[in-house]
Write a protein that binds this ligand. Structure first.
Ligand code: ADP
Length: 388
């Protein structure tokens, strides 16, 4: 078979495994008027351990994804997010631990029996086949009748807003359209769970934003439980119901986007989800949560309720750039070293006794230039005191 550019061999093989399985359940499914609308299922991982030789990719990960939830796995490269997704898909088998889809223990189940479909970063489409043939592939494998295939392919095309594109060749489709075809191919087999591995990474910025809304619409409209892997924190903030941030094979924090953004428990999470300033400090009082930096005292708040620090502990402070206000009489004195004008806001870098701080000012009234002195203020509620 002549397979070119967009086909990553490992992905092809995985698409094949999943399509075979997913389509195998078709005969037993009811025929809803819409393509999906299956009973929603939870996904529960319990103490999942996965090693590759001496590399331990997952150190006993547990999480519970609610039926119909759009759940994100996030973290720096190598943190284990793809491994966890692949264990959920059945493309990897954990060394220990369990994975349940609803009441079904799928830990050792082959991917095609899981009623899950996967969308890959590389799309893994067959360039020599038409759009319709690509989408129909999994159905043809299972001898679904021609009329039924046509009906389902048309429905899938409508779902991803590609009505009428069935006869086009894949090569004649733009990147964004190919991504939609990959989605349609996943959805046509009526999965209960949709697994997405960096699905938007190959698209340009504008299309990515458009597709974020589309994927969320599809997941919600058709009642899918979806797990989405990305390293793009903005994508996760914009789309997720909840997210898990992984580091070195463990979940560092789990929560809704606004919860994680507002209350990161570690400097890794604070820096990964959004921009932040991290400042080394010494805790002076636990009652009033007072920290000392360069001889100056600052009040803040502790975000990790399970942490019991003591006065004298070395801590880290996180302050979001937008939480630093340029204000006469502010406690932090500094000198502007760099300015970036972005229209709706201005970014400044300011040298201070606390280190170089990034400040973002929305709707700026007064512009500062490098060399200008200014003072910065921050509310105690926005000064987060972290253990590490
Ligand atoms: P992420 O998706 O967060 O970038 P991965 O889950 O791909 O991380 O990888 C987690 C760890 O497991 C990394 O150290 C990676 O090098 C290792 N790893 C992943 N897949 C394999 C493999 N097939 N063989 C050996 N090591 C692997």
């Amino acid at each position: 078979m002549a397979l070119t550019v967009k086909l990553h061999p490992s992905n092809l093989c995985e698409v094949w495994k999943i399509l075979r399985i997913s389509s195998s359940v078709l005969a037993f499914l009811p025929r809803p008027t819409k393509i999906i609308a299956q009973t929603m299922e939870s996904i529960v991982a319990e103490k999942v351990v996965k090693s590759y030789g001496s590399t331990r990719a997952l150190h006993g990960v547990s999480l519970e994804i609610a039926p119909g939830e759009l759940f994100f796995l996030l973290g720096a490269s190598g943190c284990g997010k793809s491994t966890l997704l692949r264990c959920i898909a059945g493309l990897e088998t954990p060394n220990s631990g369990t994975i349940h889809f609803g009441s079904r223990n799928v830990t050792a189940m082959p991917p095609h029996k899981r009623e899950a479909a996967m969308v890959f970063q590389s799309y893994a489409l067959w360039p020599h086949l038409t759009v319709a043939k690509n989408i129909a592939f999994g159905l043809e494998e299972r001898n679904v009748s021609k009329e039924e295939i046509k009906r389902r392919v048309d429905e899938a095309l409508a779902m991803v807003k590609l009505d009428g594109y069935g006869d086009r060749s894949i090569d004649a489709m733009s990147g964004g359209q190919q991504q939609r075809v990959a989605l349609a191919r996943a959805l046509v087999v009526r999965p209960k769970c949709l697994l997405l591995d960096e699905p938007l990474s190959n698209l340009d910025a504008q299309l990515r934003i458009e597709m974020r809304r589309e994927i969320r619409r599809i997941v919600k409209e058709f009642g899918l439980t979806a797990v989405y892997v990305t390293h793009d924190q903005e994508e996760a903030l914009a789309m997720a119901d909840r997210m898990a941030i992984l580091a070195n094979g463990v979940i560092e924090q789990l929560g809704a986007p606004e919860e994680v953004y507002r209350n990161p428990r570690t400097s890794y999470v604070a820096g990964f989800i959004g921009e932040t300033n991290i400042i080394e400090a010494t805790l002076r009082s636990t009652d009033s949560v007072t920290c000392e930096v360069a001889g100056q005292m600052f009040h803040g708040r502790i975000t990790d309720a399970s942490w019991t620090p003591a006065a004298g502990d070395a801590v880290k402070i996180s302050i979001r750039p937008e939480c630093l206000r340029i204000q006469a009489g502010g406690a932090i004195h500094g000198t502007v070293t760099e300015k970036i004008y972005l229209g709706q806001c201005i970014q400044y870098w300011v040298d201070t006794p606390c280190g170089k701080l990034q400040v973002v000012e929305l709707n700026p009234q007064q512009l500062y230039t490098p060399g200008d002195s200014l003072q910065l203020a921050v509310d105690p509620d926005d000064l987060l005191v972290l253990s590490r």
